[in-house]
Design a protein around this ligand. Sequence first.
Ligand code: BTN
Length: 254
Amino acid sequence: MPAPAASASKSATAVLHLGEVVSTNDEAFRLWRAGECGPLWVLADLQTGGRGRSGRAWVGGAGNLHASLLMTQLAPPESQPQLSLVTGVAVVDALRGCACEADLVGLRLKWPNDILIAGRKVGGILIETSTAAGKGAALVIGIGLNVVSHPHDLDRPVTSLGAHGVQVECRELLAAVDASLAAWLSRWSQGGGFAAIRQAWCERAGPVGERVDVDTGRGRIAAEFRGLDEDGALLVAEAGGRLVRVRAGDVDLA
Ligand code: BTN
């Protein structure tokens, strides 16, 4: 499926560019509680307490992208988990727009929203919601991309764009993500257009049949990737062929 046209040198969405913060997700929620309605990108040069999924820390560093989009016009709660898939598709397309194809060989998605190059994680997405009395709810899409460096002491393979010869400024990258995300959010249409997202996500992920280890939170499953269900849940097949739906969990490539 062709990507929606998305190119810009400056973000169409407002950007608040900060120096050092604990977490851009926290900062976006703090601004919302203080009256900000968004959409607004919070971009930081450094995070001292960046968060990843499943309670993990996210270690960025100077020159890497740490950005969070504050949104208050929200899709129905049942569709919101799909936003991580929408964002993953948008980030892959933004990266393709910022680099030459040869440098991004092996760029792909891993469910639910890891961005990999040649099997190594180059970026991740953390979507969080918050409610406040009298203010309703806000949602923040946090994106971390290893642009110039990556941590060396993790138990998972990681990489950076720089390690693959890609040189891009964070502001330029954010502008590309902003344009791509706006285009894919429009196609998603608050969940009504998820079929197109599902197809686009699968086109940017590993092949059906790929061996995966899935941590469902209640145990690990050694299985084969079978695609996404109509709502975005991961579909895997266990050794005996039984199809399993996973709504939340972590996936390792086997
Ligand atoms: C993951 O892969 O576990 C998600 C990582 C998300 C990291 C980004 S960096 C910007 C935003 N602020 C945070 O504290 N986390 C997200």
